[in-house]
Ligand binder design. Sequence first.
Ligand code: NAD
Length: 336
Amino acid sequence: MTQTIAVIRGDGIGPEIMDATLQVLDALKLGLQYDFVEAGLAAYEKQGELLPAATLEAIHRHRVALKSPLTTPVGEGFSSINVELRKRFDLYANVRPAISFPNTKSRYENIDLITVRENTEGAYIGEGQNLTADGETATLTQKVTRRGSERIVRYAFDLARRVGRKKVTVVHKANILKSTSGLFLKVARQVAAEYPDIQCNEMIVDNTCMQLVMKPEQFDVIVTTNLFGDIISDLCAGLVGGLGLAPGANIGTEAAIFEAVHGSAPDIAGKGIANPVALLLGAVQMLEHLGKVEEAGRLRKAIVDTMQAKDNLTPDLGGTGTTQSFAQAIAARAAG
Ligand code: NAD
């Protein structure tokens, strides 16, 4: 059956890296169809809205979207488009792989891990934020539910099974945050018992940070609550050379949206030198989500081999290639 995906070309370097990514996807001959829709500054300038109804409808219909970075105009009244998408489609799982690539300036060489962050609960629910009138005391409400914990942990274990991962590490702070982190850990243990084929261990968040820096190769899949996941996923991106090579997936009950973690890079937009790898890795995640695990592996290998060969690397990776020539080099390897 032909799969159609919603495609948002985005702002700044967005269109350049999206065109490059689609060129590589076409080389895999998957028969994917693209439904191009707009969001962000491009949509605002043409349609007067940052997130037009037609875009939401297309994401809803196809249930899968590949999205370039968007520019949220600065000023009153513009809320984050990414937060809006998260709410609309109940995008509860933020999935961020961190992989060591050859020929990058990073401290480690053997990292291949995925952080699965709960995206809708915890400290980020925006409730109970209070500062007393004297400005001396601030409070906020954290919320963890059995349902929210169960679905994120289940997502992590199912992902591990689907893409052949061996171990899931549950990261928590149940020794201090006894109610919220305690519930998360309790539910995680119950879910883990249903997956005897996947090894499971538990780790307190502060120790996890130290272990990630000292011995990152011990991790495979990490699952955790919202705030810890936010921090850990950026820490992991830093371990493998920064946001330029970091993709992210936002998985929900209504839809799944795949993207690069970096922004629209207005400083290099239109110059044809943006690195397409983060978005390409978002496409790898998308193919895995669609069950096309073999093709996802082929694409990932094509990226690694191209970087290993230093073939047309873009300037941020120390090369003199362009977005187009780098993508062509990857496409040639992906085609086999
Ligand atoms: P940025 O990630 O766009 O840029 C930071 C630096 O990294 C810049 O020097 C840029 O040139 C470089 N860079 C980023 N991606 C690159 C790539 N693929 N290849 C080579 N170099 C790259 O961050 P910023 O400047 O803080 O944000 C710019 C805009 O992007 C803002 O409007 C912000 O709101 C938006 N943004 C969007 C998203 C998203 O849609 N997911 C995420 C973050 C920022």
